[in-house]
Design a protein around this ligand. Structure first.
Ligand code: UDP
Length: 238
């Protein structure tokens, strides 16, 4: 399936921003991802971004130690705001105008999300960075990515991962893992592939939103994939 991309949403996980460190943000990695976003814009493609927070905090980590899941998730959502500010900083350094819109209002720090505001910023040529996930506990930033992608009316959701597509098992642990070139949403759900959570996949399916899984650590892969080059997995209904 060939998709012509005019407008895409990129999901950058917290893990991606962490780079090789065990925690936090590797500024060099954030700068590189910002550079990849600039390349896409140079091709005339409008890019918006949803950032994760797993490099700083995950709600389940609190819950697993007997803490309150909702509080943990709120901490996770705040973590995504920290990452969004870091990515905005990296984009600003290379002259790209970007704006952070948070699902949880914090007006001293960034603007609050609404679809109209997001579309208006995109229209003005800004990179819109969505922070705060969906604004609700018990969700993930993958679900936020599918949600914002639907709201922005993008042609595809680019899910940046640690490897170059969807595999039958983790290829870093299992050398016999099979890489899929294309899958349906139902394949993803039925095989319970640990790439995206089921809520995110279902939302993408309902909105006929193609998901493209690619390696965010490979410089230039984002734009290569948009031009149909390199390795990636496309999730669509055939
Ligand atoms: N989170 C949440 N609601 C959302 C999105 C995120 O409660 O809509 C919380 C949740 O605790 C999650 C954390 O924020 O673990 C960080 O997000 P995520 O795990 O999706 O980040 P990533 O894995 O992409 O780094």
């Amino acid at each position: 399936m060939t998709i012509r991309f005019k407008r895409v949403l990129l999901k950058v996980s917290g893990e991606a921003l962490m780079g090789a460190q065990g925690f936090g943000i590797d500024v060099a990695v954030a700068d590189r991802i910002a550079g990849d976003i600039r390349e896409a814009r140079n091709l005339g493609i409008e890019v918006s971004v949803v950032v994760g927070g797993g490099n700083i905090f995950r709600g389940v980590a609190v819950a697993s130690k007997g803490g309150d899941r909702v509080t943990g998730d709120q901490m996770g959502m705040l973590a995504t705001v920290i990452n969004a500010l870091a990515l905005r900083t990296s984009l600003a350094k290379i002259g790209i105008d970007a704006v952070v819109l948070s699902a949880i209002p914090m007006p001293e720090i960034c603007e609050s999300f609404s679809q109209l505001v997001a579309l208006a910023h995109a229209e003005k040529g800004r990179v819109v960075i969505f922070a705060g996930g969906t604004g609700n506990p018990f969700f993930t930033t993958d679900s936020a990515a599918a949600l914002r992608a639907a709201e922005m009316g993008v042609d595809a959701l680019f899910k940046g991962t640690q490897v170059d597509g969807v595999y039958s098992a983790d290829p870093r642990k299992n050398p016999n893992a099979e890489r899929y070139v294309s899958l349906t949403y139902l394949d993803m759900l039925a095989r319970d592939l640990a790439v995206m959570d089921a809520a995110a996949i279902s939302l993408a399916r309902e909105n006929k939103l193609p998901i493209i899984v690619f390696n965010i650590h490979e410089p230039g892969a984002f734009t290569a994939v948009m031009q149909g080059e390199g390795k990636f997995t496309t999730v669509v209904d055939h």
